[in-house]
Design a protein around this ligand. Structure first.
Ligand code: DAT
Ligand code: MG
Length: 143
């Protein structure tokens, strides 16, 4: 299996709820490593660009408003099969459908406030990591 990098975002609801450390512990306990980490306040343009694939969806304006409602914690997670493993740790988009023990089941309150983002494919991981981090900000163990 290949070592991969994936982009994780701890969203404003979880940052506000003081759950940054608890969520990062889930990643580390599962064997994913942090290769990069920072807290930022997204601008409207940054949030719109990040979620551009959803711009025609009815929830897009509220998604952008939510993602800019407070700071987020963005990370690059690294490990074998990291993209799918992170999605498994996150659980389903709607926390009511997320399996027990997943981050969204335990920390999210609604589909519109669902605690975390994770890249969903190798292509989106590449785009999303580069969206927030330059190469010199990523401290890989596998380069
Ligand atoms: P995911 O974040 O699991 O990859 P997605 O890419 O389909 O899910 O959607 C991106 C985000 O948009 C999601 O995390 C929360 C929001 N969203 C998706 N579907 C929604 C809906 N039906 N109502 C409100 N927000 C929604
Ligand atoms: Mg998605």
């Amino acid at each position: 299996m290949a070592v991969e990098q994936t982009l994780s975002i701890i969203k404003p609801d979880s940052v506000g709820d003081n759950n940054i450390g608890a969520i990062i512990a889930r990643f580390e306990e599962a064997g994913l490593r942090l290769a990069a980490l920072k807290m930022i306040q997204l601008t409207k343009a940054q949030a719109e660009g990040f979620y551009a694939e959803h711009k025609e969806r009815p929830f897009f304006p509220s998604l952008v408003e939510f993602m800019t409602s407070g700071p987020v914690c963005v990370q690059v997670l690294e490990g074998e099969n990291a993209i799918v493993r992170n999605r498994d740790l996150m659980g389903a988009t709607n926390p009511e459908e997320a399996a027990e023990g997943t981050i969204r089941r335990d920390f999210a309150t609604a589909v519109s406030a669902n605690a975390v983002h994770g890249s969903d494919s190798a292509e989106s991981a590449k785009r999303e990591v580069a969206y927030f981090f330059s190469a010199d900000e990523i401290h890989t163990r596998w380069a």
